[in-house]
Ligand binder design. Structure first.
Ligand code: S3P
Length: 424
């Protein structure tokens, strides 16, 4: 795909539903008794993978555009799938399902595309084994075979902050005997803890610990999914780095476990306004971003879990900022859909940015003017979108190899960019 520079981005946008919340709404609906209606379900290919896997487990799912109805008949109605469950590119689908399936009395093989088959799953397999499930990985990676059965609760301390692992253990815990507690080293996104009560299941929270009691049953719910804040981050950065720009994003998820990127951009001098409009069950509101003169900053490693998916977008902002931007404590980026540290260093480097890789982060010397060049997405949606934003503000056209993988999280992305740039 060829991206031409744009003089500015302007406009008002309503984003498709948040990916993390959509996955959970569909999966919890499938575990619940009674129908679950989901509005503004994510258009992401990843969230379609979740629906396909649920159908393969015998769950009736009806989708009309962004409205999804899941005909929940409780976990006992789930049936052994005929073949392997294919999570596509979606780590969330695979890891969350692993937890839900740990309590089912049949064996399932979970796998995914080439990228997902390179990603670590021992982090979810190991705790599920301690709960009494069989969980066989392929050298720590998918295919992952889950043999469910009688589970017992655990008190589990995670070594990495991961909402996927936390959720998997809590979902297994709901089907276990006794109490299950997950303790995290830093706060990861808390959508599971906020959404389970909407399905009638209490979650006790104390600091960085979340506890559920086994034997609880979920009941169907109505879920309105707020706009995807991770998708918003790309548009926000585009507005900050391009001159004469202003965008308004409405109905966006504003969970503090997801908006740390906005705090970092503000600390860099970015004109980013976050307006909270409602708080229950999730904080939702609007974001307004305008062209800004940015300067570098050092990101507090304690905040990294709350901006992990936004690092590619932040790296673009840093390239256009004066001075040095330093991010550490982000080793997890090496095991996302691609090695995002290496992929961003390569991509921005080819465009003329000065980016140095650290084992667990990036150091970016800003202030260089970028020049369009051939770059690679590495099949990673967030790398493709971040490089597209950089390309808008570069001189001359940029060719992005594999740009279409943006559909994994944000199929409308290039249309939104065109619309914002006044050429859509
Ligand atoms: C997600 C959790 C994060 C995030 C991913 C979505 C979720 O992953 O990077 O895009 O929906 O729970 P980890 O749990 O691996 O940190």
């Amino acid at each position: 795909m060829r991206i031409e520079p744009a003089p500015s981005v302007r406009g008002r946008f309503r984003l498709p539903g948040d990916k993390s919340i959509s996955h959970r709404a569909a999966l919890f609906g499938a575990l619940a008794e009674g129908p679950t209606r989901i509005r503004n379900y994510s258009s992401a290919a990843d969230c379609a993978s979740t629906l396909e896997c649920l159908r393969a487990l015998g769950v009736t799912v009806d989708r009309r555009g962004d409205e999804v109805t899941v005909d929940g008949r409780g976990p006992d109605s789930w049936t052994r799938p005929e073949g392997v469950l294919d999570a596509g590119n979606s780590g969330t689908t695979l890891r969350l399902l692993a937890g839900a399936l740990a309590g089912r009395p049949f064996q399932t093989v979970l796998t995914g595309d080439e990228s997902l088959r390179r990603r670590p799953v021992e982090r979810v397999a190991a705790p599920l084994r301690t709960m009494g499930a069989t969980a066989l990985t392929t050298d720590g990676r998918p295919p992952l075979t889950i043999g469910g059965g009688r589970l017992h609760g655990v008190d589990c301390e995670l070594s990495v902050a991961s909402a996927q692992v936390k959720t998997a253990i809590l979902l297994a815990g709901l089907q276990a005997e006794g109490t299950t507690t997950v303790r995290e080293p830093a706060p990861s996104r808390d959508h599971t803890e906020r959404m389970l009560p909407v399905f009638g299941v209490p979650v006790e929270r104390h600091g960085l610990a979340a506890t559920v009691h086994g034997g609880a049953s979920l009941r169907g719910a109505e879920i309105a999914v707020p706009g995807d804040v991770s998708s918003a981050a790309f548009l926000v950065v585009a507005a900050l780095v391009l001159p004469d720009s202003e965008i308004h994003l409405e109905g966006v998820l504003l969970s503090p476990t997801r908006t740390a990127f906005a705090d970092v951009l503000q600390a860099m001098g970015g004109d980013v306004e976050v307006r909270l409009e409602s708080t229950d069950p999730e904080p939702v509101g609007s974001i307004v971003a305008r062209s800004s003169s940015l300067h570098g900053t050092t990101v507090d490693p304690a905040r990294v879990a709350a901006l992990i998916d936004e690092v590619p977008a932040l790296a673009v902002a840093a390239t256009f900022a004066e001075g040095t931007f330093t991010l550490t404590g982000a080793k997890e980026l090496r095991v996302k859909e691609s090695d995002r540290i290496a992929a961003m260093a390569e991509g921005l480097g080819r465009l003329g940015g000065r980016v140095r890789e650290l084992p667990d982060g990036l150091v970016i010397e800003g202030g260089s003017s970028l020049r369009g060049a051939p770059v690679r997405s590495h099949g990673d949606h967030r790398i493709a979108m971040a490089l597209a934003v950089a390309a808008l503000a570069a001189e001359g056209p940029t060719e992005i190899e594999g740009a279409e993988c943006a559909t994994v999280s944000f199929p409308e992305f290039y249309d939104f960019l065109d619309r914002g740039a006044g050429r859509g």
